[in-house]
Design a protein. Structure first.
Length: 266
């Protein structure tokens, strides 16, 4: 487990470092640049990551002291529908240097806290409880997805690497959750997933002889399951009704279904 967690945290650090470098020298106008997420500026995107990293750090430390986590949950319960947006906008209002300092502290604290979680212990979360490796995977997914919004807003190349395998894995594992989030039962039919990695390697999940399958670029799949692209703007191919239905509602993040992104053309 240590090797797995160390690898996840190294990839999370690399993804976070690149995003931090993209925003660190922005002026006030740059921080205020609107992103594809309605109502969220670049500062709000970073604010959301800073708040969530802090929340995850509290959750990871709850086996030692549950107080800080309980305090955060109680605050969120006061406005369940708006707590995430409110936190992002509150952090976004901070001076950029302070916002970056909070994010830096949260990232470092989270890595330290995850390494200290005892084997077999699951930490509380807003969705199902998670082991340390699962939390690191979720934090990578969010850092990558919100980074896409920031790079889009600033006109930067996202430079997608094979690190997105973590997002793809999470996307495959949350297939049933995506249906549940829509109030639907997931089809029992197995799905084979075959994705072309940025490096050209082929990543696979599911039985070779599954009756249904999803194929295409891993980058498209990862954008889709994080709801950063409309399905019509991908080259993903679904074979079978269950696989087809899944791609319409794919979601790898906790919480209610998001509105997704509009198709670029029509």
């Amino acid at each position: 487990m240590t090797d797995l967690l160390d690898g996840l945290l190294a990839d999370l650090d690399a993804e976070g470092d690149r995003l931090r470098a993209a925003v660190a020298s922005l002026d006030d106008t740059g921080w205020a640049t609107p992103t594809p997420a309605p109502g969220w500026s670049v500062a709000a995107q970073i604010g959301h990551l800073a708040w969530t990293d802090d929340a995850a750090m509290r959750a990871a430390r709850s086996h030692e002291d549950k107080g800080p986590w309980d305090e955060l949950v109680l605050a969120a319960l006061a406005d369940p529908a708006g707590a995430v947006d409110a936190a992002a906008l509150e952090y976004a209002a901070l001076p950029p240097a302070e916002l970056l300092a909070r994010w830096d502290a949260g990232r470092a604290g989270l890595a330290q806290a995850l390494r200290a979680v005892p084997d077999g212990v699951k930490m509380p979360w807003f969705g199902p409880p998670m082991a340390a490796a699962s939390m690191a995977t979720a934090r990578f997914m969010e850092t990558w997805a919100h980074g896409l919004d920031v790079y889009d807003a600033l006109g930067l190349d996202p430079q997608i690497t094979d690190r997105i395998r973590h997002v793809a894995h999470l996307g495959v594992r949350t297939r049933r959750f995506a249906f549940a989030a829509q109030g639907r039962e997931a089809p029992e039919t197995e799905v084979r997933v075959e994705l072309a990695a940025p490096s050209g390697e082929v990543w696979t999940w599911g039985p070779d002889d599954a009756a249904e399958r999803v194929t295409g670029p891993a980058a498209d799949f990862c954008r889709l399951v994080t709801q950063r692209v409309h399905r019509a703007d991908t080259t993903l191919v679904a074979e079978g009704p269950g696989a087809d239905a899944w791609l319409d509602i794919a979601q790898c993040f906790a919480g209610p279904p998001g509105p997704g992104r509009e198709a670029a053309h029509g």
